[in-house]
Design a protein around this ligand. Structure first.
Ligand SMILES: [Fe+2]
Length: 208
């Protein structure tokens, strides 16, 4: 694989640094997202991952870094709509230009590890992002098939069926989801349950 991390600070200190702070404000991050994303599906995905990341930060004991986790979620696919063939490779330029810090750029690009990035998820936050990115897509597709069109009455059992049916939401990589659970050291069922709970908690807050 070519060197995809060119220009990004990949030092261990940065990758596993402790206290992280957002270099730009929430309003600036939202404006940045909207500058490069107009598609409703993409915006919903960004807002979902933003809120799911905030939920996990709080659940996993990183409450003081919840804004950081949320912003990583919001901006993780910043380049996908306009530069799908350069996903995770165009992002550093767009983010840097807007004043996003190098540690956040690393975190964002690590969600494409093994696919379009050679930056490995190191911090627990990066591992959560890697695991929930594809999974939130699968959960939402499954929710839309339900009479309720909601995650609120979704059980792990029914999500497992959708996970096993490779034709359903075929674009959501089962391999990445399974690898995500493994990186976190969580059972797949556990990841499913936590992610359904996270999405239930934030579903009503998402407005496009
Ligand atoms: Fe994503």
């Amino acid at each position: 694989m070519e060197n995809l991390s060119k220009g990004i600070d990949t030092s261990a200190e940065n990758a596993s640094g402790t206290k992280r702070s957002c270099a730009i404000s929430g309003e600036e991050a939202l404006a940045l997202l909207k500058k490069y994303n107009q598609d409703e599906f993409h915006l919903r995905h960004a807002f979902t991952v933003e809120k799911v990341m905030r939920y996990f930060a709080e659940q996993l004991g990183y409450g003081d870094e919840a804004d950081y986790w949320a912003m990583v979620g919001l901006l993780h696919d910043i380049d996908f709509e306009q530069y799908p063939d350069e996903h995770c490779r165009k992002a550093p330029e767009l983010l840097r230009e807007a004043g996003v810090g190098e540690d956040m750029i690393y975190s964002i690009c690590s969600h494409g590890y093994g696919i379009c990035s050679d930056l490995e998820p190191v911090h627990e936050m990066e591992k959560v992002l890697f695991a929930v990115d594809e999974l939130t897509g699968l959960v939402w597709s499954a929710a839309l098939m339900r009479p309720s069109k909601s995650t609120k009455d979704m059980e792990v059992k029914s999500l497992k069926k959708k996970f096993k049916d490779k034709r359903f939401a075929a674009g959501c990589s089962r391999e990445v989801i399974a690898q995500g659970a493994e990186r976190l050291g969580w059972e797949l069922d556990d990841l499913f349950e936590k992610t359904i709970l996270a999405m239930r908690a934030c579903e009503d807050e998402i407005e496009i």
